[in-house]
Design a protein around this ligand. Structure first.
Ligand code: TXA
Ligand code: MG
Length: 363
């Protein structure tokens, strides 16, 4: 189904005390089966009435998203989990009590109320209660759970500002609520509670460490594991390309000094070929590339991975718009939000360059 062409309205809204009249207008669009992009604490979501199959199909059309990829259902309050999940095991209640509202998505058996369009025909549903005041007010005013993927074109970088949504989706959705930059900057953590132990399907805004402190060790799909630096990386063609800029992005992994040496070396050989590259680094890397003549994007500080999460997608989009041939990005440590940052950069990367073990000359 092609997207419905429509004029897109962009309205500013107060992110902490959203104006009731604006919320009511957006809620009316949702109730009428329309599409509204709105800020959550993680990234902007592209919302539709989760219980209206035709509205949900419009989300897929607007994004160009394959129908096999299920959508997260957003509820206004933790108690509404029972509306959309057939069973709420004690573990789900514990996690919702501890982390909701917030950037945690729980996968549970789906209730009959939830249409197959949302779950891609599957028997489970992903549910989250977002913390952002605009998201919560919108869902409550709509009077229905809201299905919302990230508000980007399929496989593209997620939006952390309303202008990113505009770039990707204007002309395809009715309304964008501009509540400023999103405070977390990476998507929610997706945890599958239908398996024992629960499986971390996507690292995100609630860290693995925070979850394990409450419920013990999680199961991890292979690509989430922090593989030792020496382990072979999957061949580039096998990397699930997602969250990607249009410009090829190469990710440089290894110890900090080796990464910095490799960035300089890649730059020198690129310059020799007349190729233009951009760097995506952290503030602490800046002194090591002061003489770099090209575009440099600084995403937060290594000492504060929350700042990296906040900046990451904006900087990727800025570098993508800079008209270079290639983006070289440093990898980030996997602690806390770092695991989500690492996951997204790996999925955005066309290639991963191993900058070598510490102490190896020439690495
Ligand atoms: O932070 C977020 O989660 C944002 C904001 C808008 O809430 N949403 C978001 O949605 O990132 P999306 O569609 O871009 O990513 C949802 C992820 C996808 O990887 C999807 O495959 C997975 O959640 N997912 C959704 N329903 C699922 C289910 N029933 N079982 C397993 N995975 C599911
Ligand atoms: Mg997405």
């Amino acid at each position: 189904m092609p997207p419905i062409e429509t004029e897109t309205e962009l309205i500013s809204i107060d992110p902490t005390h959203p104006e009731a009249a604006i919320i009511e207008r957006a809620a009316a669009v949702i109730r009428a089966g329309g599409l509204v992009a709105f800020p959550t604490e993680t990234v902007y979501g592209l919302g539709a009435d989760a219980l209206n199959p035709a509205a949900v199909r419009r989300i897929f059309a607007a994004k160009g998203r394959p129908a096999e990829d299920p959508i997260i259902v957003h509820v206004a309050s933790p108690a509404d989990l029972r509306l959309v999940a057939r069973a709420v095991p004690p573990l789900a209640a514990t996690l919702a009590g501890r982390f909701w509202p917030g950037p945690l998505t729980l996968v549970l058996p789906r209730a009959d109320l939830v249409p197959a369009e949302i779950t891609a025909g599957g028997g489970t549903v992903a549910v989250r209660c977002p913390a952002h005041p605009v998201a919560r007010a919108l869902i409550a005013a709509a009077g229905t759970p809201i299905g919302a993927p990230s508000a980007n074109r399929f496989s593209h970088t997620s939006p952390t500002a309303a202008r990113h949504v505009w770039e990707d989706l204007h002309g395809r959705i009715e309304l964008i609520l501009d509540g400023g930059p999103t405070p977390v900057g990476v998507e929610s953590t997706v945890l599958d509670l239908t398996r024992t132990p629960p499986v971390l399907l996507r690292p995100g805004g609630v860290s693995r460490e925070e979850l394990e402190a409450v419920i013990g060790p999680l199961g991890l799909p292979d690509e989430v594991e922090d593989s030792p630096a020496a382990a072979p990386l999957p061949s580039p063609g096998l990397l699930d390309r997602h969250y990607a800029p249009r410009t090829p992005l190469w990710l440089v992994t290894g110890p900090d000094e080796a990464i910095r040496r490799r960035l300089r070396r890649e730059h020198e050989s690129a310059a020799g070929r007349g190729e233009r590259i951009a760097l995506l680094i952290a503030a602490e890397d800046r002194p090591f590339v002061v003489d770099f003549p090209g575009v440099v994007g600084v995403a937060g500080r290594l000492a504060d991975l929350e700042s990296v999460a906040r900046d990451l997608y904006r900087v990727i989009r800025e570098l993508d718009a800079a008209g270079v041939d290639r983006i070289l990005a440093r990898e980030f440590p996997p602690a806390g939000l770092g695991l989500a940052i690492r996951d997204r950069l790996r999925r955005a990367a066309e290639r991963v360059l191993e900058a070598g073990e510490p102490g190896q000359p020439g690495a």
